[in-house]
Design a binder for this molecule. Structure first.
Ligand code: TUI
Length: 309
């Protein structure tokens, strides 16, 4: 399946892995890239030198293209932006902010820049700033989200920009993939399904929660202070939402989630941890290798997209 995105990135399948904090480390990124999609190292809140090491680990095991996601709220974002250049990374995605101040340096280094956007206005701004493509991410996604759904955001972004659009949020199989292409997307970014990949280092307790999740098992915390985060419901979200309803301050709520993603991913603490996952978790029922997932998705999508009347 060829699109402007497969051409732009030099990949076999128009599929990219989400840059999930803590989850998207070198094992996962390498497995996805080896399978012909675009693996991504998620910088999340990690220090710059940790990200440099992750990049070197992927390079050591595959020559296939891969990228780095810069989460723009990372206090070391400036240093990571520089590490990306120094290590010769070819593709950057960004999240949770405006990457404008890094665009010129990245473009001068020949890097393909693909910001995640949650609105048409942001997509247009990123196109003007020189982005090579944008990821239009709907609020079905896990983690930090915007307000629009994938179904409404993707076609509106497609109409507003001329660069390729990658759809994200609520996609985990060949049907969702085909639907995204029908909306005008030229690739798909997928996160939740990759969390349970065999190559994913995520603690088994967390994987089991995703595999057991039903359609309405996610909650959005932090809406009241402008940092909405989608995650699976657990004792921590119950407490958080209760405090939020009572008008707790940003600081009080932050205290509850300090280091909580690490707790879930590394320690498997499904009681106090943040189990970030998208609304499509209910569809994810099997732990497979990245190659198995990617090939299954692409075969189904191709069959659907090639279907004649
Ligand atoms: O970034 C994400 N998802 C994330 S980042 C993350 S790390 C984190 N952990 C705990 C609390 C908060 C964050 C977990 N999940 N997705 C990409 C994304 N970007 N979604 C929405 C946006 C976005 C929103 C507003 C991008 C740009 C934007 O514009 C802001 C501006 O500055 O104009």
């Amino acid at each position: 399946m060829k699109t402007r995105v497969t051409e732009l990135l030099g990949i076999k399948y128009p599929l990219i892995q989400g840059g999930m904090a803590w989850v998207a480390e070198h094992h996962l990124a390498a497995a996805v890239s080896k399978a012909g999609a675009l693996g991504i190292i998620g910088a999340g809140g990690a220090p710059a030198e940790f990200v440099r090491d992750q990049i070197r680990q992927v390079k050591a095991v595959t020559d296939n293209p891969f990228g780095v996601n810069l989460m723009l709220m990372n206090p070391e974002a400036d240093a990571i932006a520089q590490v990306i250049i120094e290590e010769g990374v070819k593709v950057v995605t960004t999240g949770a902010g405006n990457p404008g101040k890094y665009m010129v340096a990245w473009k001068e280094a020949g890097i393909k820049v693909i910001p995640v956007v949650a609105s048409v206005a942001m997509a247009k701004m990123m196109q003007r700033a020189g982005a090579d493509a944008v990821i239009a991410e709907g609020m079905e996604s896990g983690g930090h989200i915007g307000a629009a759904t994938t179904m409404t955001l993707v076609p509106q972004v497609v109409d507003a920009v001329s660069i390729p659009v990658i759809a994200a949020g609520g996609i985990a199989d060949g049907r969702g993939f085909a639907a995204a292409l029908m909306l005008g997307a030229e690739a798909v970014q997928m996160g939740t399904r990759f969390v349970v990949a065999k190559e994913s280092i995520v603690h088994d307790n967390y994987k089991k929660k995703i595999l057991a999740a039903k359609d309405i098992d996610s909650e959005v915390t932090g809406m009241s202070h402008g940092h909405p985060v989608r995650q699976l419901r657990n004792p921590m979200t119950r407490e958080y939402l209760k405090l939020e309803k009572e008008g707790a301050s940003f600081e009080e709520l932050e205290h509850l989630t300090l280091g909580s993603l690490r707790k879930a991913v590394v320690e498997g603490d499904v009681v106090n941890g943040t189990l970030m996952a998208g609304q499509i978790a209910g569809l994810v029922k099997e732990e497979q290798t990245c190659k198995e997932m990617i090939e299954e998705i692409m075969q189904k999508a191709q069959a659907l997209l090639g279907r004649k009347e």
